[in-house]
Write a protein that binds this ligand. Sequence first.
Ligand code: NDP
Length: 481
Amino acid sequence: MRAQPKASHFINGAYVEDAAGAALHSHYPATGEVIAKLHSATPAIIDSALQAAAAAQADWAARPPVERGRILHRAAQIMRDRNRALSELETLDTGKPLQETLVADPASGADALEYFAGFAPTVTGQTIPLGRDMAYTLREPLGVCAGIGAWNYPIQIAAWKAAPALAFGNALVFKPSEVTPLSALALADILTEAGLPAGLFNVVQGAGDVGASLVGDPRVAKVSLTGSVPTGRKVYAQAAEGIRAVTMELGGKSPLIVFDDADLDNAVGAAMLGNFYSAGQICTNGTRVFVARSVLEPFLERLIARTGRIVMGDPLDEATQMGPLVSAAQAEKVMGYIARGVAEGARLVCGGKAAGGWFVEPTVFADVTDDMTIAREEIFGPVMSVLAFDSEDEVIARANATDYGLAAGLFTRDLTRAHRVVARLQAGTCWINAYNLTPVEMPFGGVKASGVGRENGHAALEHYTRVKSVYLGMGDVDAPY
Ligand code: NDP
């Protein structure tokens, strides 16, 4: 087995196995080959992870922030030093081309570690003058946090949750997707090597039931989920039972609007990045591409020509631009949507076929209307829908006519139009003349059904700390009895 870890779980600074847990296999999506055999966490494993986290957290929170930051800085450096090995592991686990993982996955995780390492020592409270008296605030960690990840960006998701949680003095128990269990363990190795005390970053494997055990545990103060809307509804409801804080990074059906004055080559490039990168398995993808009717034909012409040149193949070959879907189930789901698109009358202008194994061709539908299934539901595959529009008001109304609100993008050379339209788009992240760039400095998250809370940027502080208010009485107590 090409990527067998030392054991399934990482708890209290060490690898742990419990063979009583259900078998869990990781596959290389390009071939279906089993690359690692693991076990799901048993209740005893979950309990020991939470216990380790709870035991370690208070000492960690009491350390000077600059010390916590120093450890995370070291971890970022180790991650960068190991970029190739980590990228290869991520490619084996997800099927995403090495061409992508080498620049996007561990690199983005390292950015998060580095950013929050520097952020930690800058966190302060307020002093609040109250005449004779005063008050001040303290920023406190939440305690033990639970992180639950999706399979599309496994190491990035683990690091985007671990970095702020640890920087601000929390402990984390992380459950990766059962489909991509491996790179969170590699992150645990790196953090440990960087000097993170045992118990602060724990990894437990398993499916939704393991996630649910974490969400329902009274030791958990906060849950951060990256996943689909249906899962988000369940996790949010369960967290509400225990009045736990949540961050919900959920799905989307984001609009990308191309106005008639746009630089068409840039718009085509962005539409392709926003639909075919990671074989379309990106939550923020601009899967509804609204194109001004007057530029529709040249847009489609260039899009079809460039899409036809996408190189599919072995993800470990650095020349490969698009790999397979992550699993047979996902490939089947995507093919089902393509069939629906054809049946409902969309015009297939590129791809549309299964390409062997879990590969699906990059696919473009034109003449898509708002009511079609492919324009309403999140597909999470390489399927782009192109829709024509005539006016600014019309396209804004149509862009917003969805339960989702994760992201949106627009291409125009008209600066006033860009800002006017962005102000009216219902989305957590908007891009002007760009798409899908998510630097760690910028807050990230959705509105409407796409989620609550924000990851990254200064906004993350709100989601991994709480405020304690302290009132300081400076005189006698004025009691009427
Ligand atoms: P899922 O919602 O299927 O799963 C997400 C995680 O939740 C998995 O680890 C899953 O376990 C776990 N889970 C499932 N049920 C429960 C439960 N009842 N309680 C606790 N945990 C549970 O999402 P996918 O993994 O299929 O990922 C794709 C989805 O993620 C897409 O909708 C995509 O848009 C979204 N996503 C959102 C992002 C964002 O930041 N907004 C970024 C990336 C993806 P299991 O191992 O069984 O799957």
